[in-house]
Every structure is written in C-alpha cells, then in structure tokens.
Design a protein around this ligand. Structure first.
Ligand code: ZN
Ligand code: MN
Length: 483
C-alpha cells in the first residue's frame, strides 16, 4: 500500500489591538451598537482620504520582528479590488507588492523535537464590514451589515505550505497565538473573530516531489477543529488518490457536528484583484528608530517554554503544552516550585489535576483566581508535614479559591488538622475493630481490602481527618492485641 503525506499551509488574519481604525480615527469597538463607529473614510465616501495609523504599523512590525522576519524598509500599500457589499470602496487597502516583513518562522515542537515552520510574510490591511445573516432579528434571505468593523487594522501572517501534519498545524497556531498575545499585538480571541484561520492542504505520495492539488478548508473556529478538519482531509484526499481519482481544486467547509468537510465552492479560478499601489498613501520610510521602538522587550519564543518544561520538569509533550500555554500556568508553576521544598512533580500533578478541576468548576482562569503560587506551595507543605491528609488538602484548596484566606488559617478554622496522635487514634481504631467483626475475620483470612471498612469507620469518627498511614499501622497492632 502506498503512503500519502500531507502538506499544510496556514494563513492567519489577526485584528490588532489599536484604539482607532487603520486609516481613520474611528474607535475600534466590539459589540457596540451597529454602525456607530463609522466616518466617511471607512464608509468609502468619494473624496475621503486615508491616513495610516502609526500604531497599527508598529504592531505589525513588532510581530514581524518577533517572528524573526527581514524587515521591509518602506511602508507601502496597495489596492486589492473586488466587489462585495462588505467592502464599500470596492477595494481593500492591503499590502501586495511589499509586506512589513518577510521570511520569519514559528518554532513548533513534537515528540521528535523542535522544528521551524517558515513564514512567508507579515502584512497589514483593513478589515471589512461584518455581514450578519444568522441572527434572529435579520429577516430570512436578508443580510445586515455592520460597518463598525470596516477599516479595523488586520494583520495577515502567511505561512509557507511546510507543515507536515495536522498536529503540527495546531501547534503552529498555539505558538503563533502565544507570540501575538505576549507581544501585546492582539487579544487573539477566536470567538470574537480577532484570530481567523484559513488552511490549505494537499496530499502526495510519499517519496514524490510534486505537491498535490491544494484544497482550502474554512470555517475553523478552534485549534481543535483545525487539527480534526485537516485530519479528515488527509484521509479523504488519500482515499481519492488511492481509488485512482483526482483531488478537485475547491474550497471546503468544516462541519463541526458531522465532523466532516463539505464543498462550499468549486471551479476555483484565480481571482484577478487588479492590484496597484494605493495613490492616497505615499510610501513612508521605516526608520531604524521605529524598528527599535517596535522591537522593544520582545518576549522569548513560546517553544522555549516547552523546551524548558521538557528538559527541566520531565513532563511529556501534552503536559508541557498545557503548562506552557494554559493562561498563567507557566509563571505560576515557576513561582510555586521556587517556594516549595518538595518534589516539583507534586506541584505539576496538583496544577494539572485538582487546581485545573477546581478552576473549571468555578469557571475562572488561574491568574484571575484567589490562588497564589505561595498558597499552593503552603498546601503541599502541610501535606508533606503530615498536618493534613489529601482530602483535607483538597478542601483547603477549594476554600482558598473561594477566598477563605491563607491555607494554614483555613486548616485551623475548618478544623482540618490531621489527627496524627497515635493514642487518640488507637482508641478509635479499637472501637472500629470491635464494631466490625466480619471485616476483622476477612483481614485475618488474608483480604487486605477488608481494612477499608475499618478505615472508613475511623475517618467517619474523625470527620475525615485521621492520618490514613497511621490508621493502617494501628489496625495491625490493635488486631494483634485483640488476639
Ligand atoms: Zn472611520
Ligand atoms: Mn487578507
């Protein structure tokens, strides 16, 4: 059987975090009353003139620098012509002949190590109006337009088709998004549409050089759906080729519920956008000073964090991904480990286990929660010192998250201190043994599991605070006595 390998390319459009639009002074707003943030420039009235938003260019430049791009020395814009109701001018101001930066990369990771995925270009353009047809207030068959979004600065990061598999595509997006959030360029909120993903995927026989026919896949609203849609396409296209067929050049949509792609546009012709330089925006020089300003305090590459976790924390790739990219986890882990004398693996287990679960229950992100790294370290120390048992530590964690205060205080206030007094416990164990003759007989018969009944009795008597290890030992001694 012949093996088929995919080649995947990703284009990402990102709304930049500016106060005002790209070529006018209208505010950038989300969720405001429709068509209230508009002016003659962004509505494309005849005779209105665009003025470049310096901040939008700076943020694009900052991204290009963060991705290691070669920087274009001039800021030049072009007109991309097409007719659509969301584009009042009849063209989009974009960058076609020149970009802000070229030839960068996004570093991704896998079980096999690290790899740089090349980025072709980063450029700046304007967003279009938002077409609304699915809301209840829109009559059937009609489309409403909200021009608040029209002219919002939109950055495009165009990757080369060099991604080797669907998982790598997801990791590319995870790393790119982290870079953009951490450089302060965008909030990259997929639900609000400030981070939009277009994919293309072709499949070829392993060992052949020539790329297959690329298929575009759209309507991808999460990184998970990107991975699954591409996985679906890989199988679908491989099956077409395996059956002697040809892959059609088309655009497909991902159906989240059916978990399959379907054709949305066929017979693709290359659109002719009649690009030409935007005559209303004279070329500007991108000076050394401006580049320095844009590149100040760039964060390290997200992949470096994954590397640190893999090397220094002995986690697996999936754990490293969560710890590196779940909001606030990485810095929390670092700070907690610093304040805790025990095994750092314990911090990781609690962070990925109990802490994550409790946060989810409260629907709160770690940085917004009441849990400080110091508090988790304190809870684990109480546990290590035998002051509380595991259920007690869990209860403290929950209380701390609910704002009850410092762990040791919570322990005292709630009376969660573990009963490790052998005398006190022995008396209870004795009663437990007397009350459970059947369990005692079973234990004698070699059924270690029967101890559970006795431990349960002791836990009930102590309100769950007994030191379970000590109870186990005491059961043995008390049973010897009873003989
Ligand atoms: Zn405007
Ligand atoms: Mn674009």
């Amino acid at each position: 059987m012949v093996a088929y390998v995919p080649t995947i390319g990703l284009e990402v459009h990102v709304q930049l975090k500016t106060r005002t639009k790209c070529f006018c002074s209208c505010p950038v707003v989300f969720g405001a009353e429709p068509n209230t943030a508009t002016c003659p420039v962004c509505l494309g009235h005849p005779g209105s003139l665009p003025v470049l938003n310096r901040e939008a260019y700076r943020l694009t430049l900052r991204t290009a620098l963060a991705l290691g791009c070669r920087i274009e020395e001039r800021a030049v814009f072009d007109r991309k012509h097409y007719f659509y109701p969301d584009l009042p001018k009849g063209f989009q101001i974009s960058q076609h002949f020149t970009a802000v930066g070229y030839d960068g990369h996004v570093t991704v990771w896998s079980e096999d190590g690290f790899r740089d995925i090349p980025v072709e270009r980063v450029h700046l353009e304007e967003d279009t109006a938002k077409a609304i047809h699915e809301e209840a207030f829109v009559p059937p068959g009609k489309t409403y337009l909200d021009f608040n979004r029209c002219g919002v600065p939109l950055m495009e990061v165009v990757g080369y088709p060099a991604i080797a598999n669907p998982a790598e595509a997801r990791r590319y997006l995870v790393a790119l998004r982290a870079t953009l959030v951490e450089t302060g360029v965008s909030d990259c909120d997929l639900e609000k549409g400030s981070f939009r993903i277009d994919t293309n995927i072709s499949v070829r026989q392993e060992g052949t050089e020539e790329f297959g026919t690329p298929v575009e896949v759209k309507n991808l609203n999460s990184f998970r759906s990107v991975e699954r849609a591409l996985g679906y396409e890989l199988e679908r296209q491989s099956a077409v080729l395996e059956g002697g067929g040809e892959v059609a050049r088309e655009t497909r949509h991902w159906d989240e519920r059916a978990e399959e792609t379907y054709v949305s546009r066929t017979k693709e012709e290359r659109a002719d956008y009649r690009y030409f330089p935007e005559p209303d925006l004279p070329p500007l020089a991108v000076t050394e000073e401006f580049i320095d300003e844009a590149g100040v305090d760039l964060p390290s590459a997200p992949a470096d964090r994954v590397k640190d976790l893999l090397v220094n924390y002995e986690v697996n790739v999936a754990e490293a991904e969560t710890l590196a990219f779940a909001e606030g986890y990485y810095s929390f882990l670092k700070a907690a480990v610093e304040r805790y004398a025990g095994d750092r693996r314990k911090v990781i287990n609690w962070l990925l286990g109990d802490v994550t679960r409790e946060l989810k229950e409260r629907n709160v992100e770690l940085p917004d929660s009441k849990l400080e790294p110091r508090a988790l370290a304190e809870i684990l120390t109480l546990l290590d010192d035998g002051k509380v048992n595991t259920p007690g530590a869990r209860e403290i964690l929950a209380a701390v998250l609910d704002g009850a205060g410092a762990p040791t205080d919570v322990m005292r206030k709630k009376g969660l201190e573990q009963v490790s007094d052998a005398g006190e416990l022995e008396e209870i164990v004795r009663r437990a043994v007397e009350a459970n003759p059947k369990a005692v007989a079973d234990i004698r018969g070699g059924k270690e599991k029967a101890k559970g009944a006795i431990v349960g009795f002791v836990m009930k008597e102590t309100g769950g605070r007994a030191n379970p290890k000590l109870v186990g030992e005491l059961i043995d001694t008390v049973m010897l006595d009873v003989d």
